[in-house]
Write a protein that binds this ligand. Sequence first.
Ligand code: 3NM
Length: 492
Amino acid sequence: MASRRKPIVWSIAGSDSGGGAGIQADLATFHDFNVHGCTVITAITAQNSFALGHISVTPRRTLAAQINALDSDLQADVIKLGMLADESVVSMVAKYLETYKGFVVCDPVMMSSTGGELSKNLSACMIEKLLPHCDLLTPNLSEAEAILNREVGGLDDVERAAADIVALGAHAVLIKGGHFDARNSERHDYWTDGIDGFWLSGTNVDTLNTHGTGCSLSSAIAAALARGYSLPDALVIAKAYVSQGLRMAVQLGGGPGPVVHVGWPHELIDFPALSRRLPVKGPRFNFPSCGEELGLYPVVDSADWIARLLACGVKTIQLRVKDLQGDALRQEVERAVALGREFNAKVFINDYWQLAIELGAYGVHLGQEDLDIADMDAIAKAGLRLGVSTHTYYEVARAHGLRPSYIAIGPVYPTNSKQMPYSPQGLMQLRRWVGILGGDYTLTAIGGIDVKRAAAVLQTGVKSIAMISAITQAENPEAVVAELMSLIETVA
Ligand code: 3NM
């Protein structure tokens, strides 16, 4: 037996004979995410790319038999719900979910058994019986309006609509922005669990071939969750997956073609930018470029270290002081900035963005926690470079929302130099990030990298390595720096 079994995801949804949406899109998505898909077919639809014709709702006994067969043998890690065509189906599924412990993603497909809009009764039944079991609901504009029984007045009304849907009983909601006007040539989705919330903004894909986007998005979220990603990561990955599928979609019949399923997304153009507030109209922040690759990037805790390492020819360095305040802190930052000027080196100041602006530093480096507090506008207007730490898909999407001067990816290996809630990303994931981000962003890799590991890290294609202990705890830091600089020079 394999030690790690393949995750199982169920799709409880309708069959689309045209192959573009429903169960068919769900299984194609599950395949791309390397999870095993099981199906409970709620209805058989006869449709092609033009029209939805006949719908045959699965008889109660057949529905129950499918659920029982799976429940007794192939239990779901995650369940995705799609078209639930009548009240009897909704009631039976809701009953099953009463005792189901895993995560439930529900795409509230507003289609009745007659092929028309969802009836008021069915909508009410879904709200009453199903919503309390939904960990995530993924309505589009018209589905959100049907659930709320009111109009949603454009993007500016979405946060309120989402909060209202959570108040109706769903644990969290993602309102999809595909039917709202594009803003800044982007489509904006909003997620909230009633406490936290964020916007995902993806490039507007100008295509008529959009059949199956809702099914594929909710399935991709379910599959990413089953693969062990957090919900915020799963939302980012799924949006990128569907954007990729839309960008490459082609017409097959006479009507709109289906979103395509071509594996894990790997182009930055498909990845959303994430921000806590609805992006305003107009250009985003504009941080200056670092000009060239960052190369060897020591991270040190004093200006003395900066003086010592810049004297060895280091050209990029970060002052990361954690235990100074007031005048002592100011003097340390002031000296670091002056050393940067003297040696013509890029000196980044960690955390203390106000001091960095005031003292004219080359740049600031911020962790994700600082992104909420720091004044991005002030940093950009002062002309400072911005570097941002990232550890997950969510965090990369958040960094991408700011268009920083560089993105740090970590931890590559386990590290003792920083309290780290994240598992090491490893070389494979680093290589993946280089593929996605490397064409548009200056990157650096960090976390547990030493002289022995440096060559393998550089082989991923990353051109810069950031490190603390391998330099500051070395017996001969000057020798280590010389060795690393020459390695980076030859490999990168
Ligand atoms: N940031 P060492 S890992 C400061 O992953 C820091 O964001 C990290 O130290 C991140 O080279 C890290 O000793 C510590 O492992 C790096």
